[in-house]
Design a protein around this ligand. Structure first.
Ligand SMILES: C[S@@+](CC[C@H](N)C(=O)[O-])C[C@H]1O[C@@H](n2cnc3c(N)ncnc32)[C@H](O)[C@@H]1O
Length: 324
């Protein structure tokens, strides 16, 4: 059996029937794995180890760790996005270990692994958030720099889009959401402008929303190289809400202790303080209960050089814990 045959793609039926869909566009935006070298120094996988990559993305991290795995080793990769998962499939076919790619939410990690006959892992990795290609993907509607339909669902099976929230939520709920999930101090003013704006016409595109936020903040809409865009926090809040990002992370963190082998490790790379706080508190609670030993007393952050090479790394924080 060659390496390619060892990749199993477990995806919804509609993916499999559209055969032309299986052609992966090589021109897709390349995603550089964050903190990869640092992470590799901390994780020692045996050749027959089991790695669960909860966010396989384009497979960058998995490819790195997969090189330490022999034919008895397994990588199980989760992702919600069919395009990134297919790109991972291309990259990972060079590995000699078995690779199982699941189009599934990592919030269902235990049930999904059990379906594959796997109940323990030596390493669980979650590199949260999005791949670089997601921002450019018109279907996802995540960018305030381009004009896209205001959607934001990575998993199209989710019912509620960002436009649904923006056009239907009452002013107070909108303000609370933008404040809590975007940590935006001007949330009340932004919510007021959104409600006023949608009375004139429904907000259906990212540029419409971006213009409303900029107006509320009295800031120009153009991209400024050095500063963050005025709509960044509002867009972050919506993306987290639409994709239930914090709930998913909580479920993954809750499931991990039962899945890890003794001395197995969990590593989480987060990109904003709400996620990082969940990880920090979960690791601490599990350490107090004698379940984990925390490996990173303080989160590991990228070097200046890494940030210069990959701007997406700038807000990354890596925390690692070991199962006792
Ligand atoms: C930052 S990227 C991972 C990149 C990957 N480490 C690499 O090296 O290519 C995060 C990925 O997680 C996926 N994702 C986000 N939330 C998810 C969830 N709840 N379940 C499964 N995948 C998820 C996104 O679609 C995205 O592809």
């Amino acid at each position: 059996m060659d390496a390619l045959n060892r990749i199993e793609l477990i995806a919804p039926r509609e993916w499999k029937t559209a055969s032309t869909d299986l052609i992966v566009d090589d021109s897709a935006v390349e995603h550089i794995p964050v903190l990869a070298t640092t992470l590799a120094e901390q994780i020692n996988l045996p050749p027959d180890g089991v790695m669960v990559d909860a966010t396989i993305g384009q497979g960058g991290h998995s490819f790195l760790f997969g090189q330490n795995l022999g034919p008895e080793g397994v990588i199980v990769g989760f992702d919600l996005d069919k395009n990134t998962i297919r790109r991972a499939q291309l990259i990972l076919k060079a590995l000699s270990c078995r690779v199982i790619l699941l189009c599934a939410n990592f919030s269902q990690i235990t049930a999904q692994l059990n379906k594959q006959g796997i109940d323990k892992a030596d390493f669980i990795l979650a590199d949260l958030g999005l791949c670089s290609a997601h921002l450019a993907d018109v279907e996802l509607g995540l960018s305030f720099l381009e004009d896209m339909p205001l959607d934001m669902r990575i998993d199209k099976r989710l019912k509620r889009t960002a436009a649904d929230i923006i056009n239907k939520a009452d002013e107070k709920s909108l303000a609370d959401l933008i404040y809590k999930l975007g940590q935006e101090r001007a949330s009340r003013r932004i919510a007021r402008f959104i409600v006023r704006g949608r009375q004139r016409r429904p907000v259906t595109t990212t540029s419409q929303l971006s213009a409303i936020v900029c107006k509320a903040l009295g800031q120009p809409q153009q991209k400024r190289r050095s500063k963050i865009h005025p709509a960044t926090r509002t867009f972050q809040a919506l993306r987290i809400a639409v994709n239930k990002e914090l709930e998913n992370l909580e479920k993954l963190l809750a499931a991990a202790p039962q899945l890890l082998n003794k001395n197995g490790r969990i590593a989480v790379i987060s990109f904003h303080s709400l996620e990082d706080r969940l990880v920090k508190n979960n690791f601490k609670e599990n350490e107090r209960a004698g379940i984990y030993r925390i490996i990173t007393k303080k989160p590991i952050v990228p070097s200046r050089q890494e940030i210069a090479d990959n701007r997406r790394a700038r807000s990354a924080k890596l925390r690692i814990a070991e199962r006792q």
